[in-house]
Design a protein around this ligand. Sequence first.
Ligand code: EPU
Length: 428
Amino acid sequence: MDKIKIIGGERLRGTIKVSGAKNSAVALIPAAILAESPVTIEGLPDISDVRILGSLIEEIGGAFSFDGKEAVIDPTDMVSMPLPNGKVKKLRASYYLMGAMLGRFKKAVVGLPGGCHLGPRPIDQHIKGFEALGATVTNEQGAIYLRAEELRGARIFLDVVSVGATINIMLAAVRAKGRTIIENAAKEPEIIDVATLLSNMGAKIKGAGTDVIRIDGVEKLSGCRHAIIPDRIEAGTYMIAAAATGGEVIVDNVIPQHVESLTAKLREMGVRVETGEDQILVAGTEVLKAVDVKTLVYPGFPTDLQQPFTALLTKANGTSVVTDTIYSARFKHIDELRRMNANVKVEGRSAIVTGPVKLQGAKVKASDLRAGAALVIAGMMAEGMTEITGVEHIDRGYSGLVEKLSDIGAVIWREKMTDEEVEQVKNA
Ligand code: EPU
């Protein structure tokens, strides 16, 4: 196990390149199961979620080769093997194996997914969708069993706008007989990316990116080559890091429209943000204004940037209220920020941040992926040394974070934890 160490106080300067989108990658890989020949995905991020999904593909007889950038997934010899627990528990997105295997084999056994603990994360809308398509779904000893004689298109109205349910239903519906209509669908860019791959494989999908998606099932899907979209959350994290360190950073390989809600908030705080075609320049200022933020479904402010943004707000003048309407308990980073001298309290679904304070380096623990990103940003803002454990969470979703930040001036490095430290963290 590693820890990350940071000596704060350096302004970030230079160009930082964003990798492919994690939340697309984890759906694109399972989507390849639906093809009958190899699928190549360009620009995949080199993160542990991708490598775990790759080994799950191998567990069910597929071939997965990945050079850190491009993956080839050969689904030709795949079979519907049960994937009850084990690696499935390591990531949330293993739920996409349900939709993809159901679509291809009409049956699947997949353990209930793991991933970050952000409060309750039910999958009832995924199951409602599978059932509407004709599957019988049961939960036996922590695994979901899905089986269908045949999948039939259906009209499905999502009670909750869900990225995962929208994609999962799409995965199964592309191989159903007839038309499926998903109403109240999520509109995140990752949904368009998955629909683009499926369409290139031969699926008939209209309306991805709007709240009504129409899918006409097809008999056969074939392999193709697909280039993944850039990671808007990674881009947003680095934009926040630039503002937090008062630096001047060009974030490269970004679709500016995907981060508009963040751009608007940063400008409201007094940060200079200039957008180009696929680059964004962020220049921080000494005096930042406090702002209120409410996380919403896309194109609203993303919940995945709430935690990093809270770290930035500790430096703003006045009181900011951050409300997470998507995840009620995504506030595990707050206790750690407090250890670093932040003046933050949690009331219900909101964090109330009073600033400005000068953060102080401390030993802190990343409890989940974006909490980790928040602590890295806080560490770069702080006086002295910050030591972050729980780095495996960061490795799930940020490709080369330490190298990328150190290339633009952060004093940040990884160290192996001693056995004693590993024990201490486990018992904490
Ligand atoms: N929800 C339900 N029932 C469902 C599904 C979702 O009640 O069947 C609720 C959730 O509890 C949550 C809301 O609906 O309150 C939205 O959840 P959604 O299904 O959209 O989330 P997800 O698909 O499980 C993805 C990302 C998350 C990101 C959310 C919201 C992946 C693998 N994960 O999760 O990313 O926070 O959408 O945008 O795509 C992250 O990257 O750090 C991360 C957690």
